[in-house]
Design a protein around this ligand. Structure first.
Ligand SMILES: C[S@@+](CC[C@H](N)C(=O)[O-])C[C@H]1O[C@@H](n2cnc3c(N)ncnc32)[C@H](O)[C@@H]1O
Length: 235
């Protein structure tokens, strides 16, 4: 079990109430207005700390070019940039990206991160990358997640790494989430990627527990996330 400080909501002792999901806009969880409203509701939505899984799973990789999909307020991209990576951070929310750019400037890595606004249901950044990573990018439309993740795999350069970190579910005490978000298992995620074994090696497809403090009481609680990590064989 990871004992690292989790990438938890920034503010404690209160429940975040997610805005109404827009009803008529494709996948309502992949919606600019939904995310802009969530980000506008607070000075910062996330802790500002990089995700533990990102730190651990990339620690032994030689820095190169990286793509972070659904980068939010930028903590993971900034962590990678601080380790010498050239990073493209992508998000649907201009509010999140503006904050990410401010944080990158404060961390002295602004020149190593390119922030790009994309709705990944509609467009995808150009290029190939030595690392393509995404943390907690969940969709309600069961076809959209696999579509975005297959595009993510296609963007991995030969010899590069694909890292997908996801929740296995929302804890009961975390309020404000839509109730019908699908959570594919690691095995289902790997299957939906349809990676050619001649070209890819799956390094990890597993659930893991991590400790997160209860937002109201501060008590440590355990939740389950999952990691899919694959390496594209050198060309
Ligand atoms: C749960 S947050 C995770 C943020 C960040 N990866 C982290 O771990 O702190 C999901 C992020 O995905 C972004 N997102 C959701 N749908 C998207 C889409 N269709 N295209 C691009 N980004 C999207 C949201 O704006 C949000 O910042």
């Amino acid at each position: 079990m990871s004992t690292h400080r989790p990438h938890e909501h920034a503010q404690h002792g209160q429940h975040e109430h997610a805005p109404q999901l827009p009803p008529d806009s494709g996948d309502p969880l992949a919606n600019e207005r939904y995310w802009d409203e969530r980000y506008s509701s607070r000075d910062h939505l996330w802790s500002g700390e990089p995700n533990a899984a990102l730190r651990e799973e990339t620690a032994d990789l030689a820095p190169g070019s990286a793509l972070d999909l659904g980068c939010g307020e930028g903590a993971d991209a900034i962590h990678l940039a601080g380790r010498g990576w050239r990073v493209t951070g992508v998000d649907i929310s201009g509010i999140a990206l503006a904050r990410a750019a401010e944080h990158a400037a404060a961390a002295g890595v602004a020149d190593r991160v390119d922030w790009q606004r994309h709705d990944l249901a509609e467009s995808f950044p150009a290029g190939r990358f030595d690392l393509v990573t995404t943390h907690f990018l969940h969709f309600m439309d069961g076809t959209l997640g696999p579509k975005v993740l297959r595009a993510a795999a296609s963007a991995v350069a030969p010899g590069g790494t694909l890292l997908i970190e996801a929740h296995a579910g929302f804890p009961k005490w975390e309020h404000g989430h839509p109730t019908d978000v699908p959570f594919p298992t690691p095995e289902e995620t790997v299957a939906s990627l349809a990676l050619d074994p001649a070209e890819w090696e799956v390094l990890r497809a597993a659930r893991h527990k991590r400790v997160q403090n209860h937002p109201a009481t501060g008590e440590p609680t355990t939740r389950t996330d999952q990691t899919v990590k694959a390496r594209r064989r050198p060309g």
